[in-house]
Design a binder for this molecule. Sequence first.
Ligand code: CA
Length: 347
Amino acid sequence: MTDQGYLRIATEEAFAPPELITRWRSMLADGSSGDPGFDSLWGFYMGDSPRARQIVERLEDLGERRIADMDATGIDRQIIALTSPGTQIFDAAEGTAIAAAANDVLADACRRHPDRFTGLTAIAPQDPERAAEEIERGVNRLGFRGVIINSHTRGEYLDDKKFWPVLEAAEALDTPIYLHPNTPSPRMIEPMLEAGLDGAVFGFAVETGLHLLRMITSGVFDRFPRLRVVVGHLGEALPFWSYRIDFMHTASLRSGRFPHLSALELAPGEYLRRNIWVTTSGMAWEPAILFTRQVLGDDRVLYAMDYPYQSAPTEVSVHDRLPIDAAALRALYQTNAEKVFGLPPSS
Ligand code: CA
């Protein structure tokens, strides 16, 4: 226990094995990704700007450099996941192989630094059955505490029944899925790219929020009522939209305008408060954090930094100074994460 009375557990922290970076680099070079968002974003990060270089170096490190950065910003533990788009840009066979290799690398680092690192299982949803097996391996053999899915998989979303083996495995093993942003799919990115709004500035949240809302309105959480999903960036704007979504979803059902839209057991916003937890990654902003806690509940909002993309002591200070009591601050930083990811409780 550190001086402030709570551990700071950062829950959306990224890594990438050098082999994955090399493979992405070759995809960019030969133009084979088929994904304009990937080409734009990773074209930048594979460049030689100072920001790009230091991000890639930090993504690749699972040792002393990462721990030094954690110490410098006051972070006790990172929940670490394969950075976006992970394996979801590859064909099924290559994605499955790279996910397993990345999981072995991360599990080894977690074994070397058990007090500082916790891992999430990378999968290739392109092969749902193999992905389900990898979730089981992650939980039962590698000691991982959740699953990372970097939003759409080659333009497809998890409400597609082909992906249900993945959801079924996560629910059966009681391990949460972290639904992390990806660049918008080729079908939605063009107007965003034109305006330079495709990335973290806006496009990530639109794409990931859409993904989660599709899961809700398609009935995924009626089919898998115990499935737990964690999303970053304070819920990718869905808490702010929740009243209007509930109101208009009811109106859409009543109108019969969309014959394939079927009734749900709950209002969309009720799934947010039953199946979804959100983290503060990239949203170190007091009004938004307080609003989200008010809408979803104190027990559903978790701290995240978004290392190495954002790594700022000033943003930690914003969380430390939130006008909430000591128990609530401890929940935000520590005990909510311990519960959601099933970490052994710290004293
Ligand atoms: Ca992130």
